[in-house]
Design a protein around this ligand. Structure first.
Ligand code: AMP
Ligand code: ZN
Length: 470
């Protein structure tokens, strides 16, 4: 397969050629762990999870290293811990655990490595020192700043001119800066403020240096893919390029820059600062479905729009996702008892995914296979289609629930306001079987109709009666 990716650095779709196919590296900027993730934050997690699955399929899981960091040093963390009256460690541990649980519900696996910024402070100090020695950084009033004019290529990744950069970065115009575009590598932590000893006094690192150091520690000076949301192109990724290329011997750094578009609400970027957000936890908790099934529905929504385009979050999108997944699970149900032919690979799905991760078309292909399976009568054909559903679903991280969970799945009640549990329904099915045996067809019909009114459909077959949600 030939994987093609849109490379922000080149502003075009390129064929992905790894530096070493036996050692493919991808670094994605992970969460700043001060607050729960909103569904917009989940978009890059899901998108790069799919890219990691694709790379593993192509190069072998042992030859791909996917790194997603945890930013556990940042001023927002210090402020939030103080607001909540808890320690920084308590806040970051709690938020990291929450992030893992939320992403797991969305079918996002753990990356191969998950470095924490706090584990790399010495590496940051070392890189800052190298930058000073090489004439790319200077100390001023307890701060260390990157000297932007010392790097002629600064601005190349984002394609911004100098004025746009100063405006876009909203860098503080501080008297100790030699140039308004210069950005902070290290800042002082006065008094008892959280910080680490350094050659420039007690302080803490800037956010950008964290990723330059963690990517180098995990993947080396040069690696293949660097990803994140498009808001990170400038200043975060531009500054990472500046730091890494000026400090490292190898000037390549990341070769393919991949950025996802924003998740929007009424056309506006979902963000904490605009207040137009809902957390992953909120949407999972609100759903009546089991967590894994609800998560899969939201994952579907996140994958059903081209990853580079804005994704407007709507109720209709969620409903469409649920219906489409139902089509896929219904097909799998019709294939129950058939052994999947796993020698098959879903070529169509691979074709679309390798075309700059065209997930909406890959999903269309998965649904088309499901519809074909519904019509299939030959057992070999059924086995082939079941294999395709599994392999294609696995690449997308969809169709991963058990049939039981999908069709009956509800946290506590399935029947609506009066709260019928799965056990209640099973008991009613037993009662209906007894009623039929005793020729009490009126009672049998009454049970069926009453369940139907509550959104539960009974399906009779020679093997017995099963139920599903309407
Ligand atoms: P943050 O915790 O704000 O640093 O964001 C974590 C990740 O989520 C970054 O890769 C951001 O680019 C991404 N992100 C934040 N908001 C959105 C959004 N509304 N849509 C898509 N990605 C987002
Ligand atoms: Zn980063």
């Amino acid at each position: 397969m030939t994987i093609k990716l849109y490379n922000t650095a080149k502003r075009e779709v390129e064929t992905f050629v790894p530096r070493d196919p036996k050692n493919v590296g991808m670094y994605v900027c992970g969460p700043t762990v001060y607050d729960t993730a909103h569904i917009g934050n989940a978009r890059p997690a899901v998108i790069f999870d799919v890219l990691a699955r694709l790379l593993r399929a192509e190069y072998g899981a042992d030859h791909v290293t996917y790194v997603r960091n945890i930013t556990d040093v940042e001023d927002k963390i210090i402020d939030r811990a103080a607001e909540r009256g808890i320690s920084i460690e308590e806040l970051t541990t709690e938020t990291t655990a929450q992030y893992h649980a939320d992403m797991a519900a969305l079918g996002v696996g753990l990356p191969d490595r998950e470095p924490k910024a706090t584990e790399h402070i010495q590496g940051m100090i070392d890189m800052i020192q190298t930058l000073i020695e090489k004439g790319h950084a200077y100390e001023a009033e307890g701060h260390v700043l990157f000297d932007v004019p010392s790097m002629p290529d600064y601005g190349k990744l984002s394609g911004r001119n100098r004025d746009e950069m100063i405006e876009g970065a909203r860098v503080e115009v501080a008297p100790y800066k030699k140039d308004p575009a210069d950005f902070v590598l290290w800042k002082p932590s006065p008094g008892d403020m959280h910080g680490w000893a350094s050659p420039w006094g007690k302080g803490r690192p800037g956010w950008h240096i964290e990723c330059s150091v963690m990517s180098k520690a995990e993947l080396g000076e040069a690696f293949d893919i660097h990803g994140g949301g498009r808001d990170l192109i400038f200043p975060h990724h531009e500054n990472e390029v500046a730091q890494s290329c000026c400090a490292n011997d190898d000037k390549t750094f990341a070769r393919y820059w991949v950025h996802n578009g924003f998740l929007t609400v009424d056309g506006k970027k979902m963000s904490k600062s605009l207040g137009n957000f809902f957390t992953v936890r909120d949407v999972l908790d609100k759903s009546t479905r089991l967590e894994g099934c609800a998560g899969e529905i939201y994952r579907f929504v996140l994958l059903n729009t081209d990853y580079r385009k804005p994704l407007n979050w709507t109720e209709d999108g969620v409903l469409n996702a649920e219906n489409s997944l139902d089509t896929i699970y219904t097909a799998l149900k019709s294939l129950e008892g058939i052994e999947a032919d796993t020698s098959q690979v879903a070529d169509g799905i691979i074709h679309h995914l390798s075309n700059d991760m065209d997930t909406p078309f890959a999903i269309k292909e998965l649904i088309a296979i499901a519809k074909e399976a519904n019509k299939a009568s030959d057992d070999d054909e059924k086995a082939r289609l079941k294999g395709l559903l599994f392999s294609g679903g696995n690449l997308l991280g969809l169709a991963q629930q058990s049939l039981d969970d999908w069709f009956k799945g509800s946290k506590n009640s399935v029947g609506g306001a009066d709260g019928l549990s799965g056990e209640d329904i099973d008991n009613l099915i037993v009662e209906r079987v007894d009623a039929k045996k005793n020729k009490n067809f009126a009672r049998a019909d009454e049970i069926r109709d009453s369940l139907k009114d509550q959104g539960i459909i009974l399906e009779d077959s020679p093997q017995g009666t099963t139920w599903k949600r309407a």
